[in-house]
Design a protein around this ligand. Sequence first.
Ligand SMILES: [Zn+2]
Length: 219
Amino acid sequence: MDEFSKTEQDYLKAIYQLEEKTDKMVGITDVANYLKVSAPSATEMIKRLAKKKLVEHKKYYGVLLKPEGYREARFIIKSHRVWETFLVEQAGYQIDEVHEEAENLEHSSSKRLVERLYTLMHFPKTDPHGSEIPAERFWEGEIITHDLNHAEVGHRYEVVSLSQEVKDFLVCLNQDQPKFMTLSSVLSDGSVIVRTDDDVRFVIPHFQKNGWQLKYYSH
Ligand SMILES: [Zn+2]
């Protein structure tokens, strides 16, 4: 479990969502209204978050997220949206049934679990409601790899390891082993075109795709 309480996470998420709607500092009363709590209890909680350096609290002006608070808010949003996606795609829920479940699951899930589910579902870009799922990773404790069969067009991958067959193939192409590459397109026979960071493009035949072990890097 992470070091933040459910209440702290709810406040960070609320401030994040209010910040998205304004270019000014978020007022304490806005936070209180959003969370349906009294202004004094919102003030007290925000002072606690400020003490933990998660937010900056300016008297009379309001509150704003500091980097660590921002990151935790993004994680909670990712957790919520990953769970909604999982419930619809893998557990047979209807779209209108998932929000309440996700409201609870978002707080009780470790960063490792959320990132595992995200990888398992091959890095969905949006949840079932169409909201964007943050792509940054919150758990780096282990390298999660998968082969090129599970890569997605437009995503950039770190090349973790290659089979001997693939290494021989690259020698034939006179191509160095790429450190990073982006999947450009999938052809009708299942072979793929990839682009390295040096902007070199080449085709990888379908039967060699399981020889590429990749780690998801970024969009
Ligand atoms: Zn929801």
